[in-house]
Design a protein around this ligand. Structure first.
Ligand code: SF4
Length: 243
């Protein structure tokens, strides 16, 4: 893909959603770490349902550690693989308490050493909490990057490296959010909404979903995503202020 096309894609994604953020509800770096860790192989909606109850009774490493693995399970039963995640979350809290003074560490090696925390979670924390230009590649971003031609790659790591190397600096910090939201709501796995897609003319995917006869391209989807992002941004900001 030509660099100018790549830049144009991000320009449009930014114009449609100038302040993108995560859909995981959180009010502290620790809560974000827990939410991202729990979100593997499950939806943000089910994670938010679980953390709403969990954080109401325990939202610090020490408090979650005190619940114990069995005490933790009832709160996260709605998320996939909750038995393993309960073990990992308890172990993660123990490490934070014993090695990091109860704080979320700011370096990759320490984050990736936490139980249940891999490269994707680490990149999200380094980006959102510590302001680093990392791009976490999940299933949505992997699909969008390959379909559009933005950053083709056979593995998430190849896509990540290509995105880091080729995303214009001014868009790199928020690239993760734009691409994940685009993959979740527009460029979906089974039937991408190509007729409504705001980057349709820039996307290199050869098997675009055809428009239904007589339908016009609209900006409704972009408006819906922008409104959803604004609401979530405001809620997370309110939560952060109340901590
Ligand atoms: S045009 Fe279709 S395939 Fe390309 S990014 Fe948009 S939704 Fe995805």
């Amino acid at each position: 893909m030509h660099a100018a096309t790549r830049r144009a894609i991000f320009r449009r994604l930014k114009a449609a959603n100038p302040a993108p953020t995560t859909e995981l509800t959180h009010s502290s770096p620790f809560e974000l770490l827990v939410a991202v860790m729990l979100s593997a192989h499950t939806t943000d909606k089910s994670v938010n349902a679980a953390t709403r109850n969990l954080f109401a009774v325990a939202n610090t490493p020490a408090a979650i550690l005190a619940l114990g693995v069995e005490g933790l399970k009832p709160y996260i039963r709605s998320v996939g693989l909750y038995n393993t995640k309960a073990q990992n979350l308890s172990g993660l809290c123990r490490q934070l308490v014993e090695k990091h003074g109860g704080q979320v560490p700011a370096d990759r090696a320490s984050l990736e050493a936490l139980p249940g925390v891999g490269r994707k979670t680490t990149n999200i924390i380094l980006n959102m909490v510590f302001g680093q230009m990392e791009i976490a590649v999940d299933t949505h971003i992997f699909r969008v990057a390959n379909r559009t031609g933005l950053a083709p790659g056979k593995t998430p790591r190849e896509v990540e490296d290509a995105l880091i190397a080729n995303t214009p600096l001014e868009y790199r910090k928020d690239a993760h959010h734009w691409l994940i939201l685009h993959g979740r709501y527009v460029c979906t796995a089974r039937k991408p909404a190509c007729p409504k897609c705001i980057i349709r003319d820039l996307c290199e995917y050869k098997h675009k979903t055809p428009a239904k006869p007589g339908r016009k391209r609209g900006g409704g989807l972009a408006r819906a995503i922008r409104a959803r992002g604004a609401r979530r941004h405001a809620r997370n900001a309110r939560n952060a202020r109340s901590v």
